[in-house]
Design a protein around this ligand. Structure first.
Ligand SMILES: Cc1cc2nc3c(=O)[nH]c(=O)nc-3n(C[C@H](O)[C@H](O)[C@H](O)COP(=O)(O)OP(=O)(O)OC[C@H]3O[C@@H](n4cnc5c(N)ncnc54)[C@H](O)[C@@H]3O)c2cc1C
Length: 382
């Protein structure tokens, strides 16, 4: 694995520093910073122009390093930037891209994902929300669940059945739903960390214009796979909570700074955690290295999500154990830390192996598509 930066990297680094000096002099970020960052192509540098910079993985690393070093804020629109936007890039019309991508990139329009239903999670293709064509509109009726950010979102990517007589995978269409359309009711679901990030969404005769259809009618399953592929990659960055939040290294640093791991068993777990984090880091670098050589990310991408989710749970569980009796309180972290990310992250961590494809489903994917094992039986296909 050759991870030397190519000759152009330093030039790019200087350009990013120049941008920061011009738009955030003295480390002060203006009110319209997100828009400036988006316009410069630095929010999703790998996207094609004019939305991104067509940056290679190494160029992305350089840009990311510089923005991190400058503590530059980034627009917060995980679903929009992470997986709705990339799907619009693949299948959205020019008009759809011009209408929706700027608001996605600068975070002024939050997006949500209306896929899961009470009876369709892992087996997403069995979804029953209906979209019936009526002139220039689809009339959509059904229920979605676990819709993260639906209460804040301006738009949602929506899967609905347009041909109930076709095979489950073939009768689905991919629509963009304006969350302000009449007929939408959003009901929050409170999680055990006290936060209501996700919701039930009821769609009752919601009229969605036909020009909100992405790609062809009944071709939604193909696009759903594009979305889910991007979701899996987005959810397996370095932070313990789907790429966000603290890392195993943060935990090791805390213990180094404050002591607190006199117990040999805790020390052993800390060492094991460090090793897991290193393995994940190397898998990530392997993916980068493959992409630099023009190869698609191989089995690493599926393996990485499966490992990263469990790693996140291990980080949070050890953090709570290191907090000792204080670990029972919601405002105490390990080694005397009062950073609420630790206790809240611990309470969130069981969700890591459910959302974005459960741990079992990841293993099915690895078994079938990576190891070439026989397919999981699908009773609905006889
Ligand atoms: C924090 C969080 C945020 C989420 N945000 C969103 C969102 O924004 N939008 C959205 O649409 N959805 C969202 N989801 C929903 C998520 O996609 C589903 O929870 C997930 O797909 C699993 O579906 P399910 O909950 O219906 O479980 P089920 O599919 O009913 O699974 C139940 C159990 O059966 C197992 N199982 C199912 N099928 C198989 C199989 N073939 N082989 C082996 N085991 C199997 C599963 O692994 C699991 O243990 C979110 C979930 C979480 C936890």
């Amino acid at each position: 694995m050759d991870l030397d930066l190519p000759p152009g990297a330093e030039e790019l680094r200087a350009r990013v520093r120049g941008f920061l000096a011009e738009h955030a002099p003295g480390g002060v970020f203006p009110a319209d910073w997100n828009r400036r960052l988006a316009r410069a192509g630095y929010v999703a540098p790998h996207w094609p122009r004019p939305w991104g910079l067509e940056a290679s993985p190494v160029e992305q690393l350089v840009i990311d390093e510089e923005l991190r070093a400058a503590r530059a804020p980034r627009p917060s629109n995980q679903i929009g930037i992470g997986w709705a936007g990339p799907t619009l890039l693949v299948a959205g019309s020019a008009g759809q891209q011009e209408r929706w991508l700027p608001g996605i990139l600068d975070g002024s329009e939050i997006w949500c994902q209306l896929f899961s239903e009470p009876g369709a999670g892992s087996d997403l293709a069995s979804l029953t929300t209906r979209a019936v064509r009526d002139g220039d509109e689809y009339v959509v009726t059904g229920q979605k669940i676990w819709t993260t950010f639906a209460h804040q979102a301006r738009f949602g990517i929506l899967l609905a059945r347009t041909d109930p007589d076709a095979e489950p995978h073939r009768g689905i269409s991919y629509l963009v739903c304006d969350m302000r359309f009449p007929g939408i009711t959003v009901r929050p679901i409170r999680q055990m960390n006290g936060i209501a990030d996700f919701n039930e969404v009821f769609l009752d005769g919601v009229r969605i214009p036909v020009d909100h259809l992405v790609g062809e009618e009944n071709d939604g399953w193909r696009l759903a796979k594009v979305t889910l592929g991007n979701e899996r990659v987005s959810l397996s960055g370095e932070g313990a909570l789907w790429g966000m939040g603290p890392t195993a290294h943060d935990l090791v640093d805390l213990v180094r700074e404050h002591g607190g791991a006199a117990d040999p068993l805790l020390r052993q777990r800390l060492a094991a955690l460090y090793v897991e984090a290193e393995v994940l880091r190397l898998i990530r670098l392997r993916t980068v290295s493959a992409r630099v050589r023009g190869l698609e990310p191989g089995p690493e991408a599926s393996v990485r999500k499966a490992l990263a989710d469990e790693h996140g749970q291990h980080v949070m569980a050890l953090a709570v154990d290191l907090a000792g009796a204080h670990g029972m309180l919601v405002d105490r972290g390990p080694c005397g830390s009062t950073d609420p990310t630790w206790p809240l992250g611990f309470l969130f961590s069981p969700a890591l192996t459910v959302g974005g494809g459960t741990a079992q489903v990841q293993r099915n994917i690895i078994g079938e598509r990576v190891l070439g094992l026989p397919r999981d039986p699908e009773p609905s296909r006889a």
